[in-house]
Design a protein around this ligand. Structure first.
Ligand code: SAH
Ligand code: SF4
Length: 386
């Protein structure tokens, strides 16, 4: 609407302006272009039909965008020039702005990305010998205020769009030059939704982005290479399993409602009993395809041997694996990490019950890139100025 009004005002003024360049510039300034990144094949097909193109053109465009990562419309070589121009009039292929990049001593990279409205998110890349995991954010901040999590202390919160979710994957593929994605030894072989935010509070956009990520004609990531971590938004867990079928990780962190209510406010809405029932019913779990239960080790809070035994009991009817996460500290954090000896004793109880290698190796701690440490840099700076 606003764009149309501006165009009219400018059109009147334009009568006196003759040069093509100036007119083109003003058109650019006053026309709101949409991100092509973020559109599904169905969206692209609707658009193609609306401008009189046949559906196969949408398939070609989709492949150029998600399969080959082109940055301009004139690179879409099998499209006629006029189609390239029509696309360029309506859409852009802009990437997210890289604000800062940091690299940890262990090779982990953290990117602070700026969004069009000035908000910021963080995305982390964790390299391994023959693969790499991209940890993406699903929201700016998080509304859930878990007591041990830095992201939960960020006041400003909004959902990321499908374009912004995919934008983080584009960032990584651009950095590693993985267009098209190689068959083996990919730098971006796995995706975890374990960055900022609660993905199941942004389900529709997450669903749209992951569907494109998993589409062989899109990003071509197998569903088993994607893990969605949730604090326990029970009503969406089943839907996520049915519609997406990605690996599920549950941020558990406590084995009684009393303690979980205290450290994870979402438990007051969806109790441990409801959460465990949703996990038991999660489609597609088996011995070889287990749900991961994340358990952050908080000194003197949830790290007793009774807690370890309670954990084993709680998970006995679920195909589960356990990730004990040493608490990653952040400025003014209200907890400390359990002693290493305590973590090992806790892990021994789990190992005895059949859970293999339960301790998760922390990566990127020196650059505040580890689990639960993400919070946009400018938010940290604003707070420290205050
Ligand atoms: N909101 C989702 C996904 C993002 S958090 C969720 O909570 O699952 C990714 C993981 O890091 C979660 O298991 C979270 O509980 C854990 N985490 C949060 N703060 C942490 C901290 N300070 N140290 C270690 N792990 C933390
Ligand atoms: Fe949000 Fe997850 Fe952090 Fe809780 S642990 S505040 S749900 S990002």
């Amino acid at each position: 609407m606003f764009g149309e009004k501006c165009k009219l005002i400018f059109a009147r003024r334009l009568k006196t302006i003759e040069t093509f360049e100036v007119q083109a510039y003003i058109k650019e300034m006053t026309t709101e272009k949409h991100s092509l990144i973020g559109l599904s094949l169905e969206d692209m097909t609707s658009w193609a039909l609306s401008v009189g193109l046949r559906p196969f053109r949408a398939q070609q465009i989709y492949h150029w965008v998600y399969g080959l990562g082109v940055r301009s419309f004139d690179q879409m070589k099998n499209l006629p020039k006029n189609v390239q121009e029509t696309l360029a009039e309506t859409f852009h292929l802009d990437r997210l702005d890289l604000n800062t990049a940091q690299t940890s001593v262990d090779g982990t990279q953290k990117w602070l990305l700026s969004l069009k409205d000035g908000q910021e998110i963080e995305t982390v890349h964790i390299p391994e010998r023959t693969r790499g995991t991209l940890c993406i954010s699903s929201q700016v901040g998080c509304t859930l205020t878990c007591k041990f999590c830095h992201t939960g202390t960020q006041l400003l919160v909004r959902n990321l769009t499908a374009a912004e979710l995919l934008g983080q994957m584009f960032m990584a593929r651009d950095v590693f030059g993985e267009w098209p994605a190689p068959q083996e030894n990919r730098h971006v072989s796995n995706i975890v939704l374990m960055g900022m935010g609660e993905p199941l509070y942004n389900y529709e956009n997450v669903k749209k982005a992951l569907a494109i990520a998993m589409d062989p004609a899109g990003f071509n990531m197998p569903k088993r290479s994607i893990t969605l971590s949730t604090s326990g938004v029970v009503p969406f867990i089943e839907q996520c399993g049915k519609e997406l079928g990605v690996n599920l990780a549950i941020s558990l962190h406590a084995v009684t409602n009393e303690l979980r209510n205290r450290i994870m406010p979402i438990n007051r809405k969806y109790s441990l009993e409801e959460l465990m029932a949703a996990c038991q019913a999660y489609p597609g779990t088996s011995k070889s395809n287990r749900i991961t239960f994340e358990y952050v080790m908080l000194k003197g809070v949830n790290d007793s041997l009774a807690d370890a035994r309670g954990l084993v009991k709680l998970l006995k009817n679920i195909h589960a694996k356990i990730n004990l996460i040493p608490f990653n500290s952040w400025p003014e954090a209200p907890y400390e990490c359990s002693d290493w000896q305590t973590i090992e004793k806790f892990a021994a109880v789990l190992e005895e019950a059949g859970y293999a290698s339960p301790i998760r190796k922390t990566r990127g701690e020196d650059i505040l890139a580890a689990c639960g440490q993400l919070k946009s840099l400018s938010m940290r700076q604003k707070k420290s100025k205050l």
